[in-house]
Design a protein around this ligand. Sequence first.
Ligand SMILES: [Zn+2]
Length: 188
Amino acid sequence: MSACRTPLPPETLLAYWLGELDEAAMAAADEHLLGCVPCGDALDALIALGDGVRRAFTAGRIGAVVGPGFARRLAERGLRLREYRVAPQGHVNCQVGADDEFVLSRLSAPLAGLDRLDMVMHPGDGGPPQRAEDIPFDAAAGEVVVVMPLQRLRALPSGTERVELLAVEPAGERRIGEYTFIHRSAAG
Ligand SMILES: [Zn+2]
């Protein structure tokens, strides 16, 4: 197996996997990956890091919900991480720096004993809410870890987005946390 002279950077592979590259970048990455074994292996390794990862939204609007070890392992690979921890009913001021390679939100919530958890994102631009059903969560750690869609965050104007966690139970739905992200655009 020959080495790759122009390897796709880890953040491009991450964005590719999250489905948040634009059409041209996606086509370029696809073409590269078709002909390049080392980069294909790197992508496979990245996906394998996600222990139980499921894509929450294919459109890349909210990102992916990942297992608890994912962030640590990405950081071990040298990616620059920005992290936001948010308490239930909490809020956080957030912005994306030019050097950030990925952004994580850690939503803490009382998760013990839950069977199914849904996440609903209310975008700040007044667009329709986005719902991810039956997301993975770490009941012992009491948190949901979300890889935020970096390309989208970079393009986002200043505004406020809300995320709700809903326990889905036989008796109905119960809101167990609401998280407010007060986003400040780098453009001001
Ligand atoms: Zn390559």
